[in-house]
Design a protein around this ligand. Structure first.
Ligand SMILES: CC(C)(COP(=O)(O)OP(=O)(O)OC[C@H]1O[C@@H](n2cnc3c(N)ncnc32)[C@H](O)[C@@H]1OP(=O)(O)O)[C@@H](O)C(=O)NCCC(=O)NCCS
Length: 210
């Protein structure tokens, strides 16, 4: 499968069916998680501009093949919300309770490509640069793990990234994920030999108390 902006949108795993217009309807489910400092919620039209700004930022997209232009950012938004509506889990829009609106997304998804470790549920994140360095990604991710294990009933959640993406790996480790040393893989949505193709795999098994 060729690398596309759409797969680049969400941690290199999505090649979902969504390429339609931006969302124009209210969410059909009450998608809402809350932490001390954050709200994880359904997407709103007002999120689309900051979402596109985030995806156009070279710092945010350092470990993706390219930044996304506005059309590439808008296209998958409906699919992301549809997935939340249909499944009750997905990539939540995240905002800080102290104001300022959308700061990025964090959430769960079925891995959308075949690999030795699939089928699997992954956890992924992307925050706008001003929201880095505050612990927000780890805080949101912990809430998503809790939801995945205790509400959705998943027995394992994985995450993966290119090894150079140390900030993302630090989030994985902060939320208690462990590297599967034998799980390293070449991302199938990237051309063979691409510098970002090698990926490290992290896993977290549902805690026995869950
Ligand atoms: C990956 C990404 C979400 C990580 O963001 P991050 O800010 O480094 O991670 P967290 O939100 O967990 O914040 C942790 C940092 O906040 C600091 N921090 C500050 N206040 C804090 C608080 N109250 N609580 C916890 N941590 C706090 C921590 O010390 C840590 O700092 P450090 O980076 O100097 O060690 C972010 O870099 C990003 O969006 N990158 C681009 C997209 C991407 O690559 N996604 C992954 C694709 S697989």
């Amino acid at each position: 499968m060729p690398w596309t902006g759409r797969t680049a949108l969400v941690c290199r795993s999505f090649a979902g069916p969504g390429s339609g217009p931006v969302p124009n309807r209210a969410a059909t489910q009450n998608i809402h998680l809350e932490t001390d400092r954050l709200v994880l919620r359904s997407w709103e039209l007002a999120d689309l501009e900051p979402f596109a700004d985030m995806n156009a930022d070279p710092a945010v997209m350092e470990f993706y093949p390219s930044t996304l232009d506005r059309e590439e950012s808008y296209a998958p938004a409906q699919w992301i919300q549809q997935s939340l509506d249909d499944q009750g889990f997905g990539f939540y829009a995240v905002e800080a309770k102290d104001g300022g609106g959308f700061i990025g997304y964090v959430g769960l998804s079925s891995v959308q490509f075949d690999a030795a470790f699939t089928p699997a549920i992954e956890i992924a994140w992307r925050l706008a640069k001003p929201a880095w360095g505050k612990g927000y990604a780890s805080e949101a991710a912990k809430a998503c793990l809790d939801h995945g294990f205790n509400v959705q009933g998943f027995t394992e959640i994985v995450s993966f990234t290119t090894p150079a993406n140390q900030r993302s790996i630090a989030v994985m480790e902060r939320i208690g994920m462990s590297r599967d040393a034998g799980g390293d893989f070449e991302h199938p949505n990237l051309p063979a030999g691409h510098e970002l193709a090698p990926h490290a795999l992290y896993r977290k098994i549902r805690p026995s108390s869950s």
